[in-house]
Design a protein around this ligand. Structure first.
Ligand SMILES: NC(=O)c1ccc[n+]([C@@H]2O[C@H](COP(=O)([O-])OP(=O)(O)OC[C@H]3O[C@@H](n4cnc5c(N)ncnc54)[C@H](OP(=O)(O)O)[C@@H]3O)[C@@H](O)[C@H]2O)c1
Length: 329
């Protein structure tokens, strides 16, 4: 049956400006790193993507190697575009990336012009699109001259295969250098993608200020720390949780100290009338320099629960102070 998105899909979304650019993004965006690959149930992923769009999520974040297997999340999203979302292409911000290992040999990894431009072509083919909205270099590659990497990103923009350039997990210094090069090349960096959550506040020290000075937006990834900042790790870990299913979240990560901290954070969340996951998102988005939080979801119910975080409004100063103490201790 033809998919008709909810007519009121934009009613509840307070879009946020991406740095000093003309682009705005929803507070929550959907990432397809896990749960949308060839080993997952296509119809479940499709239902999540449809629900996301129905509730005002316009931004979908991908990368060449999302799956598993590599490439399969892009291929699945391409099918969803063809089946459901193609008529709404101009309402969507679709991003992809290259920078981690993708294919065998020396040209399938890193930051070379050879790798980035070939990978973007392959991503577009899998996605069934003429262009992505944002093309990121996925991580720093100190072996490749930065001018080569930024030159390739700017070339993708000139080719019309990407509208905007992004950088992921770059240090503040390297971001400044790359941003200056990209500006000179006429393809300014619009988005940076770093990790940020209550369990990893690294970017507060410098990167957020650097991005603000440069007029670059910030799309933070893993705001739930891959699910640790939800109630599923407070007791016995459910069998279907990411921990135990994915190498990205090994069980050693859940130390007794971390578990005790999660229990205390959960008490703050409950006292403020939210779940731990909802508090984690509200906390992540409290700083206006954060443009959007890239969440993952394995079910429609999970996504709905995350989107409902906005109903409780801002965290009050008392709760923020309590969280600061708990995270510092
Ligand atoms: N640039 C980069 O290098 C990079 C790296 C990592 C991620 N990213 C981007 O960021 C996106 C998000 O990353 P992430 O998946 O780690 O984000 P996350 O939002 O921190 O974690 C998502 C996971 O949390 C759990 N969860 C979500 N909602 C829940 C709920 N309501 N109740 C209970 N559990 C819930 C689910 O795991 P369970 O399966 O355990 O239920 C879900 O898969 C990725 O898809 C990708 O687009 C980028």
């Amino acid at each position: 049956m033809t998919y008709l998105p909810a007519a009121d899909r934009y009613a509840g979304t307070a879009f946020r400006r991406c740095g000093a650019s003309g682009l705005v993004l929803p507070p929550l965006s959907l990432g397809l790193w896990q749960n949308f690959g060839g080993n997952d149930v296509f119809e479940t992923g499709r239902a999540i993507v449809r629900r996301a769009f129905d509730r005002g999520i316009t931004h979908f974040d991908l990368a060449n190697n999302y799956g598993p297997p590599y490439g399969s999340a892009e291929a699945n999203f391409g099918r969803m575009m063809a089946l459901d979302l193609h008529p709404h292409r101009d309402e969507l911000i679709i991003s992809s990336k290259a920078g981690y290992d993708m294919w065998p040999g020396p040209y399938g990894d890193g930051g070379s012009r050879k790798y980035l431009l070939a990978s973007l072509d392959a991503s577009l083919k899998r996605l069934g699109l003429d262009y992505v909205d944002v093309f990121y270099h996925h991580r720093m590659d100190l072996q490749t001259p930065l001018a080569e990497t930024t030159g390739a990103l700017a070339h993708a923009v000139r080719q019309g295969k990407a509208l905007y350039v992004g950088l992921s997990s770059y240090s503040p210094e390297r971001t400044q250098e790359a941003a200056a090069m990209l500006r000179d090349l006429g393809a300014p960096c619009v988005l940076h993608q770093p990790r940020y959550s209550m369990l990893d506040r690294t970017i507060e020290a410098e990167l957020l200020g650097t991005l603000d000075d440069l007029g670059i937006g910030c799309a933070v990834f893993s705001p739930l720390a891959q699910g640790l900042l939800t109630d599923k790790y407070l007791g016995d870990v459910p069998a279907d949780a990411r921990m135990g299913r994915s190498r990205s979240l090994p069980s050693e990560r859940l130390t007794p100290e971390l578990k005790a901290r999660l229990v205390r954070l959960n008490a703050v969340a409950q006292a403020s009338g939210r779940s731990l996951a909802q508090m984690a998102l509200t906390w992540t988005l409290r700083d206006r320099r954060v443009t959007t939080a890239l969440v993952g979801a394995r079910t429609v119910a999970q996504l709905d629960h995350l989107l409902d975080h906005a109903a409780s409004g801002e965290l009050d100063a008392g709760a923020c102070a309590e969280i600061d103490v708990l995270l510092a201790g």
